[in-house]
Ligand binder design. Structure first.
Ligand SMILES: [Zn+2]
Length: 296
């Protein structure tokens, strides 16, 4: 089977991860702009990070046979540094319109402060202006209220729920998110949030419509293989291949494909991998080495 991991922070991951993901069937991924584990102090580091998402990381991924897309946004945590947030908001329209950008995100609430609310609303308006889907990060603390409030605000701004992915859902929030018509995404973290078995139970309960599975793998303890692993467990537990395909491939493609930036032919018709290729003069090979073969 082929998979899409629609939420994974590859800048924090290794080439071993890329190789393992491709071997497990991941053909495309989406890397949402997020924070780095510590707060940035300058707008320039945002600019370089955004450039990496549409530049080097996209190239690096392609060298391992995985099509790379990203989302652009000011994350909720760093929205609380208002002078910095203002400067980032000025950068966003430029980067949100680059090739391979499939949504504005991940945006929403962290501590549900006034500053978070302000930049959340501004970015909803930016997404509407650019006609891009939105990826919502729901908070880890006070999740239920934060999730409901995010949807209230989206609806206040007249957003079409079929263009919004609400991520990091759980058993407590799933029903409301589905009932209100949103794409409902679940992060499979090892040991926390959604365990694989819990995801199987949710699938058995709700079926595959508008449900999306992702890894959200980043610089913390996480598993870049959690999408293929969850698919394997679902099949083992008797969920049909068609349903598994929907939640680990088809639904993400349908949701983010609305950007006009992501289509199946991107990876089906991808050229062979030539690791002698360079991006800004740099390749994934070590200095002086030459790749001896082209990978089909
Ligand atoms: Zn994330």
């Amino acid at each position: 089977m082929q998979f899409i991991d629609p939420h994974v922070h590859m800048v924090s991951r290794t080439t071993d991860d890329y190789e393992a993901m491709r071997a497990a069937g991941v053909v495309a991924l989406i890397e949402p702009a997020f924070w780095l584990g510590q707060p940035r102090t300058e707008v320039g580091t945002f600019k370089d990070y955004f450039s990496t998402l549409v530049g080097w990381e996209r190239f690096r991924s392609s060298q391992f046979g995985i099509r790379h897309y990203c989302t652009m946004g000011l994350n909720s945590k760093e929205a609380n540094n208002e002078p910095l947030a203002e400067a980032v908001m000025e950068l966003l329209p430029l980067f949100a319109t680059k090739e391979g950008v499939v949504a504005i995100g991940e945006i929403g609430y962290d501590d549900q402060t006034a500053a978070e609310d302000k930049y959340f609303r501004q970015q909803i308006e930016l997404a509407k202006e650019l006609d891009l889907p939105i990826l919502i990060h729901t908070p880890h603390r006070d999740k239920k209220n934060g999730t409901y409030r995010s949807m209230d605000v989206l609806e206040e701004h007249g957003c079409d729920p079929t263009k919004v992915v609400i991520d990091h859902c759980n058993e407590e929030t799933a029903k409301e998110v589905l009932d209100r018509g949103y794409w409902t995404a679940f992060t499979i973290y090892p040991g926390t949030k959604m365990g694989n078995e819990r995801m199987v139970d949710l699938m058995k309960h709700y079926g595959p419509e508008r449900i999306i599975v992702d890894s959200s793998a980043d610089w913390g303890i996480s598993d870049p293989l959690s999408v293929p692993k969850t698919a394997a467990l679902m099949l083992q537990r008797g969920i049909s291949e068609a349903d598994v395909k929907k939640v680990t491939y088809g639904n993400a493609l349908a949701a983010y494909g609305q950007s006009g930036q992501m289509k199946e032919s991107d990876w089906i018709d991808a050229p062979d991998i030539d690791r002698n290729e360079v991006f800004n003069g740099n390749s994934v090979l070590r200095n002086g080495r030459k790749a001896d073969k082209i990978i089909h």
